[in-house]
Ligand binder design. Sequence first.
Ligand SMILES: [Zn+2]
Length: 291
Amino acid sequence: MTGVRRWLSKHRMWNLPTLIALVLFLIFVLFLFMVMNHNDENSSTIYVTQDAELRTGPNAAYPELYPVHKGDNFHKIGKSGKWIQVESHNKKEKGWITGWHTNLDIKKDVTASKDSLKGKTIVLDPGHGGSDQGASSRTQKKSLEKVYTLKTAKELKSLLNREGAHVKMTREDDSYVSLSDRNLKGDAYISIHNDSLDSTKANGGTVYWYRKGQEGLAETLNQSIQKKALLSNRGAKQENFQVLRQTNQPAVLLELGYISNPTDEDMITDKLHRHVVEEAVVDGLKIYFSN
Ligand SMILES: [Zn+2]
């Protein structure tokens, strides 16, 4: 300090304005430092706010890798639903942590409350029908998408009724209904489909959403299906489907497996597996409406 003072005195700068400028400069540096260390959802460093564990995937069903402790910090490298993929600064440790165990503003998953579906109106839209058979399998079974979307919707309807929900169906039998006629109103809209590709290798379920207000329902249903069903998980994705685009309500389009994949086809055509998926959808809806 005396050195600085001597230099300032020598150059006739040791006066009040200089001191004020010096103090302001120090405050500015401190402020810059704080801003650079500030973390929000866009920044790449996240802090662990509660002792937790890293898992191999974005879901409590994935195995634990190792514990992490309050105050640890990581690079954020990905996000899926309410889970954050992180990597240690030396890149040796990598895994998934729940967002609510970090400094990110992510609320804990709510557990489904018992009566959350009571009085809710759920629209079920079994894809295709009538002259529009949808996708078909290439195995001996020659399964048709329109048959299994309707079966799934009917089975799901009775499970939802049991929870006290009203169900509206866009079709009740094997008839053709145009996409614009499928726009029924309710508290949630679920369009049911099966995927198909030329390659028989593609497999797994996908939950599609399109409008911003539909993403929460999609993530919730995707997590719940992932927890219960044997179907491999392709995630919740945004796609411009007409049935999603033409409605303002929370709406999703479920692709419940590839009918073109023999393993998925076995699951789609198996009543027991469908039941597991349908229960997962009910669970997800209960969680969604518990919020
Ligand atoms: Zn379809």
